[in-house]
Design a protein around this ligand. Structure first.
Ligand code: T5A
Length: 248
């Protein structure tokens, strides 16, 4: 967990989650968004799942080593992810939101729905029960779903990993990863008010510009700027400072 800027304001913060397949660029994009929000004067907390709090980080090791799956398949994994999430939400996410910080989280309950639900065949009844216990009615204000062809995502993940062995999920076959991508696209289509599907191909800065447009529009209430790569950057600067003054 990384606190990016001094705290400002006293109202409840915003909760933004990032989702997508392996190597989609979530960690990279969260960092870039946190930098932009810091420049805009907004305090952010960057965190991840599984993990993010000391207790949940211990469970992360069990999960990524594959022990959870060995013990009891996808259901056991779902229980472990839920236990980690419960600790993470109670000890880190809720307190940060309550003090007005924006929380940027690398994966959240959509990952459980996709990996353990759609791909692991854990029943919706169990997933709903776990969701009730861990997060109740709390939902992300925005979920950024990074969409990328499977081959590109897996190549990126392999580069990042270097000589290390693939973890329990990276080691699944290409068909698994294709189903994963479809499942995320279905969530984006089913919940357009919460989710946005972002094309994650291209240079990190270009992808960051796409995300920033959405955040300005949906979270900051800034008037829509021109799409990245098109003329009009000057106009964007103006829009920003006007909107900043308005929200102050
Ligand atoms: N899981 C998680 C579940 O099954 N259920 C759950 O409920 C939850 C919460 C977590 C695993 O747990 C599973 C899903 C996961 O398999 P993890 O180690 O946290 O595992 O891994 P991931 O979340 O999959 O994250 P990755 O690190 O694999 O990918 P990211 O964060 O999407 O990508 P990132 O930013 O690290 O980038 C990967 C590489 O690509 C480069 C980066 O520099 C890096 O080397 N890159 C780009 N290269 C070119 N162009 C771009 N635009 C690039 N963006 C990044």
């Amino acid at each position: 967990m990384v606190e990016q800027a001094p705290q400002t304001g006293s109202s409840r913060g915003r909760f933004i989650t990032f989702e997508g397949g392996e190597g989609a660029g979530k960690s990279t994009q969260i960092k870039l968004l946190a930098e932009r929000l810091a420049k805009a004067g907004q305090a952010t907390v960057v965190t991840r799942e599984p993990g993010g709090s000391p207790g949940a980080e211990i469970i992360r090791h069990l999960l990524l080593s594959g022990i959870g799956h060995l013990i009891g398949g996808s259901e056991a994994e779902a229980l472990l992810f839920a236990a980690a999430r419960d600790d993470h939400v109670r000890t880190l996410i809720e307190p940060a939101l309550a003090r007005g910080a924006w929380v940027l989280c690398d994966r959240f309950y959509d990952s459980t729905r996709v990996y353990q639900g759609k791909l692991g065949d854990v029943s919706p009844a169990l997933l709903n029960a776990l969701q009730d216990v861990t997060i109740g009615a709390m939902k992300p204000d925005l979920t950024v779903i990074l969409d990328i062809p499977v081959e590109i995502g897996l190549k990126r993940a392999a580069v990042r990993r270097g000589a290390e062995a693939p973890d329990r999920f990276e080691g699944e076959n290409a068909d698994f990863h294709r189903k994963l991508r479809d499942a995320y696209r279905q969530i984006a289509a089913a919940e357009p008010e919460r989710c946005v599907l972002i094309d994650a191909e291209g240079e990190p800065k270009l992808v960051a510009d796409r995300i920033w447009l959405t955040v300005q529009d949906r979270m900051l209430g800034w008037p829509q700027a021109k799409p990245p790569g098109k003329p009009g950057a000057k106009g964007r600067g103006k829009t920003k400072s006007k909107a900043k003054a308005r929200s102050a």
